[in-house]
Design a protein around this ligand. Structure first.
Ligand code: GDP
Length: 140
């Protein structure tokens, strides 16, 4: 299969606890090429927009608060079957259900504070990459 791109965020909990480097190392070990990477901080509006599919959920206000509480690291990643592979190395949304050796099993605190985001489909990967990166950024 050909190379595929996906989008990932190291969430505020992992940046705060100093696990960003560990997470990047695991991603590189899993064969991902880092095409682009930037530290930023989401505004409330941006976090609400990014997670708009969850706006009706009870946890939405708490999720938005969490995602805006501190800096995040946004990444454009590339490898074969990148979208599916990233979901595998991230582990289940709830770290209590995540497999041994996955990023969430290793570093996540809870179902909300779960240290990493990864796009779940080609369409969302494209939209999310475009939300944070320009064509120039993705030329690497
Ligand atoms: P993901 O694709 O594995 O990140 O999971 P989802 O798209 O279902 O959820 C988006 C994010 O919302 C998750 O990564 C969590 O940070 C948060 N989240 C999901 N489910 C829950 C929940 O039941 N309670 C809380 N507090 N947060 C949740």
């Amino acid at each position: 299969m050909s190379q595929q791109r996906t989008f990932s965020i190291i969430k505020p909990d992992a940046v705060k606890t100093g696990h960003a480097g560990d997470i990047i190392a695991l991603l590189e070990k899993a064969g991902f090429k880092i095409l682009a990477l930037r530290m930023t901080r989401l505004t409330e509006k941006q976090a609400q927009g990014f997670y708009a599919v969850h706006r009706e959920k009870g946890f939405f206000p708490s999720l938005v608060r969490f995602m805006t509480e501190g800096p995040i690291i946004v990444m454009a990643l590339e490898r074969e079957s990148a979208i599916q592979k990233l979901r595998e190395v991230m582990g289940a949304t709830n770290p209590a259900n995540a497999a041994e050796g996955t990023i969430r099993k290793s570093f996540a605190e809870s179902i909300e504070r779960n240290c990493i985001h990864g796009s779940d489909a080609p369409e969302t990967a494209e939209v999310e990459l475009r939300y944070f990166f320009s064509t120039l950024d993705l030329q690497n």
